[in-house]
Design a protein around this ligand. Structure first.
Ligand SMILES: [Zn+2]
Length: 110
């Protein structure tokens, strides 16, 4: 058991999720939002862009509706993916002062 407070996933407001009864679309929307709640800002953008692309026509509007992300944000994610994520930081977006120390190799003499 962990006491960590988890980020609350975004609640989709589309017609399927509002209906209340479980359907495949609702499950997908919930899992998209659940997954997104564990990503950082730029990863969220890229995932939204990927899902939007997978949906195809009208995908960006749909993903925007499901995730609450702005269409422009998703569009930006798509552009960044198209540019092979050049210039995007690896790992957390947050700029930290203290970098991780390199691991010291343990010498095994036996
Ligand atoms: Zn929904």
């Amino acid at each position: 058991m962990s006491n960590t407070i988890l980020p609350k996933p975004h609640q989709c407001h589309c017609q399927f999720c509002q209906q209340g009864d479980v359907n495949p679309k609702q499950e997908w929307h919930q899992q998209v939002n659940l997954f997104m709640s564990r990503l950082d800002e730029q990863q969220r953008r890229w995932y939204a862009a990927l899902e939007a692309k997978r949906v195809g026509h009208g995908g960006m509007r749909l993903i925007s509706k499901i995730t609450g992300l702005d269409v422009n944000t998703i569009r930006r994610g798509r552009r960044e993916l198209a540019e092979n994520l050049q210039g995007r930081p690896i790992g957390r977006v947050r700029v930290s002062g203290g970098g991780r120390k390199p691991l010291e190799k343990k010498s095994l003499n036996c």
